[in-house]
Design a protein around this ligand. Structure first.
Ligand code: GDP
Length: 487
């Protein structure tokens, strides 16, 4: 147990019920085996089947990853542009492009990993945007970072117009669906690009259909661009549904487990997390995380501040305040303490909350409230090193709280809720920025993140449809009416 003065040491399971493999060198990544020590919420249990599948994936990453003969052969094939006999079916690869903010990148990587697990592909991630510095390696004895000599030199610029995109290949008849199961491997392209950026067209989204997955199955190299959490879309594919249900009997834990498996803060980030936690959060009896995501150039909003106080006080997350001058001041024998962790680009919100709890007594008279903010970077920057490091540390700190309040639409908040295993109170998006929504917030019904730009096409019926109604396990999100999430 952390903090709490003389409290007895709590035993903790550093391997998270078998989710993590044993035997990594601990100095290269302290967070991997120390994280359980910092989590009061031990989280949900992974299924035995998921644990088995993860060990198999680790073996696959070892057998086919960078530095192996299989990898050299696969690179040769990619360079030649043709599928040849050697090792063509033994090892297949998925390269995930890393772009956008830290939250988006984490969700995209977890989605790519889920797809790799379902299709027996080796996952390699684009190391740009600090992906190589923010996280430790997740697989033992190999690397998940795509090595620099990758022959598709401009892959990070792939877009909707790339001729090798799956939808363009279909349109140009480089790929034909007619005889999907009979296409000889030699006639398939050696790679295709999967465009699932938020401007993906209906044709790009055919990726989520069974028939298209059968065609993609034998293509050795896939390069994928997404900034979303696409797993709810994968569940719409009947070919993946049974396996997903077997891997995750509790479906809303997909990101919870994959996130805890994949994303271990690097030693530098872990230093930021643990020093902050020990100084400001460890000794409190209760920790409340509040994520105030300020988008674009929004100015400080009194309505948003009111939304936060209404939500936290009416839902009993923070104590209500006395409005009159105190009549008596008594020091309770056992003072309760709440540490509030506010993450935001702006300092105005935590400063206001801090003053509120200093200038007024709390109505219940027994809770001391401290308000803390690790950083206030003022504006969002892309690709700035210390900025991303702090963002990742703050996401992780939020995940260590007991109760969480998040902002609608934010992947930063989704990652915190998933890692923490917390169903957060979501601050609804106001229709008008100067009016507080009523109610101000609602508790999410699932731990899993929201897929912001899902397909609106029913593959079976072959027409546009409300994909939120195809199966009961995939519902519309609490914070985004057209988004989809697993329940
Ligand atoms: P989203 O845009 O809310 O979905 O979250 P992302 O993490 O993908 O992108 C937002 C980026 O803005 C983050 O990665 C940070 O770089 C920055 N950012 C936004 N809010 C915060 C915050 O509270 N703290 C810090 N340190 N950075 C933030």
């Amino acid at each position: 147990r952390r903090g709490g003065g003389s409290a007895p040491a709590r035993s903790y399971d550093k391997l998270l019920n078998g989710l993590l493999a044993d035997g990594f060198d601990k100095e290269s990544c302290y967070s991997r085996y120390q994280s359980a020590m910092y989590r009061r919420n031990a989280g949900r249990k992974p299924s035995v089947y998921l644990v088995t599948k993860l060990r198999q994936q680790e073996a696959l990453q070892n057998r086919c990853g960078p530095g192996t003969v299989a990898y050299s052969n696969a690179l040769e094939q990619l360079k030649s542009g043709k599928i040849s006999g050697i090792g063509s079916q033994e090892c297949k690869y998925l390269v995930s492009i890393s772009y956008q903010g830290v939250g988006n990148r984490i969700l995209a990587t977890a989605s790519a990993f889920m797809y790799a697990l379902l299709t027996n592909r080796v996952l390699l991630i684009d190391p740009s945007n600090e992906m190589d510095e923010l996280f430790c390696e997740p697989f033992p004895n190999t690397t998940w970072l795509l090595p620099p000599e990758f022959p598709l030199t401009s892959y990070t610029n792939f877009s909707q117009d790339t001729v090798q995109s799956y939808s363009n290949m279909l349109r140009n008849k480089v790929l034909m669906k007619a005889d999907v199961d009979d296409v000889p491997a030699a006639q398939l392209p050696v790679f295709t690009y999967i465009h699932l950026h938020h401007d993906a067209t209906q044709d790009d989204n055919l990726f989520f259909c069974d028939e298209d997955q059968r065609l993609l199955r034998n293509i050795p190299w896939l390069v994928m661009r997404t900034d979303s959490y696409i797993v709810p879309g994968l569940f719409l594919d009947t070919g993946f549904r049974e396996e997903l249900t077997r891997l995750f009997p509790e479906l809303d834990t997909v990101f919870h487990h994959l996130g805890r498996y994949l994303f271990h803060p690097s030693n530098h980030v872990w230093g930021l997390i643990t020093r902050y936690y020990d100084a400001y959060l460890a000794s409190a009896q209760q920790r409340v995380g509040i994520q105030v995501r300020v988008f674009g150039s929004e100015s400080n909003s009194p309505a948003l501040l009111e939304q936060i106080t209404m939500c936290t006080q009416k839902r009993g997350l923070l104590p209500e305040l006395h409005t009159e001058v105190e009549k008596s001041i008594v020091r309770a024998a056992s003072q309760k303490s709440k540490a509030v962790l506010v993450t935001s680009l702006k300092s105005w919100y935590p400063e206001k909350l801090k003053s509120m709890y200093w200038e007024h007594a709390v109505a219940t008279g027994e809770a001391a409230v401290s308000v803390n903010q690790p950083s206030h970077e003022e504006f969002q920057h892309y690709g700035a090193k210390s900025h991303d490091t702090k963002a990742w540390a703050e996401i992780y700190l939020l995940s260590l709280t007991d109760t969480l309040v998040t902002t609608a639409w934010s992947t930063f908040g989704y990652v915190a809720q998933g890692l923490g295993g917390i169903r957060p109170w979501v601050l609804y998006k106001p229709e008008n920025n100067s009016v507080v929504p009523d109610p101000p917030c609602g508790q999410d019904f699932s731990l899993d993140p929201c897929f912001h730009q899902p397909p609106f096409y029913d593959c079976r019926l072959k027409h546009w449809a409300g994909t939120g109604k195809i199966v009961p396990q995939v519902k519309h999100c609490i914070d985004r009416a057209w988004g989809l999430k697993l329940v």
